[in-house]
Design a protein around this ligand. Structure first.
Ligand code: AP5
Ligand code: MG
Ligand code: ZN
Length: 218
C-alpha cells in the first residue's frame, strides 16, 4: 500500500509527476488546487471563499482545506492508496492531516519533496497553459501538444493561462509557499518519511527517481 504526499513549490512538477505515478501505481490523485479550481468553476460556497485567496496567490485557510481533504479521503475509491498533491502546505495542515489519517486508518507511507530553484519555477509557471475542456497541462517551452493547437488528451482546441500564473500573482505565490517549505520538510524528516528528489531533471528522470522510492515500498 502506498499513501504518498508530494511536496514542492508552485511549478515544481507535482501534477506532472502525479500523472505518471497514477499510470503505474493506480493511486487516487488528490490535488487541493484542482479541487478548488473545480469548486470555483461551479461557484460553490467553498469555491467562492477560495477564489479570494487563490487569485491573489495566498493560501486558503487551513481548516477549510483540511475539511475538503478529509471528505475526499473518506470516499471509497481511496482504498488502493492515494497521492496528496499540494496538501499539506503548512505545519498546521500537516498536524491536521495526522488526525485525519488516524481517524480514517489510512497512514502515510512516503513523503517526496521535489526540489527546484526559484528561477526555474518562474520560467515554468509563465510558460504553462491548460486545456479549457479537460484541464490537461502544457508548457510553451517543455511540453507542447503533439499536434499544434490540439489537446493530446481530449482533442480540444481552446487553452488558457491559470489566473494565478500571471506574473504579478506568481511572485506572491512563491513567497507565501517558500516560507512554509523548510518547516514542512523538517516535520516529515523527523518522522523518517521524507525523500528529496531533484525536480529540475526531465519529467522522465524525475519519475524514475520517484519510482525507485515507491517500488521499494510495495
Ligand atoms: P495548486 O494548483 O496546487 O498550485 P501550486 O502548488 O502552486 O502548484 P502548481 O499546480 O502550480 O505546480 P505543480 O507542482 O503541479 O507543477 P506542474 O506539474 O503543473 O494550488 C493553487 C492554489 O490553491 C494555491 O496557490 C492556494 O491558493 C490554493 N491551495 C491549494 N492547496 C492548498 C493548501 N493545501 N492550503 C492552502 N491553499 C491551498 O508543472 C508546472 C509546469 O512545468 C507545467 O507547464 C509542466 O508542463 C512543466 N514541467 C513540469 N515538470 C517539468 C520538468 N521536469 N521539466 C520541465 N518542465 C516541467
Ligand atoms: Mg499542480
Ligand atoms: Zn483537453
Amino acid at each position: 500500500m502506498i499513501n504518498l504526499i508530494l511536496l514542492g513549490l508552485p511549478g515544481a512538477g507535482k501534477g506532472t509527476a502525479s500523472e505518471r505515478i497514477v499510470d503505474k501505481y493506480h493511486l487516487t490523485h488528490i490535488s487541493t488546487g484542482d479541487m478548488f479550481r473545480e469548486a470555483m468553476a461551479n461557484k460553490t460556497k467553498v469555491g467562492l471563499e477560495a477564489k479570494s485567496y487563490i487569485d491573489k496567490g495566498n493560501l486558503v485557510p487551513d481548516e477549510v482545506t483540511a475539511k475538503l481533504v478529509e471528505e475526499r479521503l473518506s470516499q471509497p475509491d481511496i482504498k488502493e492508496g492515494y497521492i496528496l498533491d499540494g496538501f499539506p502546505r503548512t505545519t498546521v495542515q500537516a498536524e491536521l492531516l495526522e488526525g485525519i489519517t488516524k481517524r480514517l486508518k489510512k497512514p502515510l507511507t512516503n513523503v517526496i519533496a521535489l526540489e527546484v530553484d526559484e528561477e526555474t519555477l518562474i520560467k515554468r509557471l509563465s510558460a504553462r497553459y491548460m486545456c479549457k475542456n479537460c484541464g490537461a497541462t502544457y508548457n510553451k517551452i517543455s511540453k507542447q501538444p503533439k499536434v499544434e493547437g490540439t489537446c493530446d488528451r481530449c482533442g480540444g482546441h481552446e487553452f488558457y493561462q491559470r489566473e494565478d500564473d500571471k506574473p504579478e500573482v506568481v511572485k506572491n505565490r512563491l513567497e507565501v509557499n517558500e516560507k512554509m517549505n523548510a518547516p514542512l520538510k523538517d516535520f516529515y524528516q523527523k518522522k523518517g518519511l521524507l525523500t528529496v528528489i531533484n525536480g529540475k531533471q526531465t519529467p522522465e528522470k524525475v519519475f524514475e527517481d520517484i519510482d525507485a522510492v515507491l517500488s521499494n515500498n510495495q
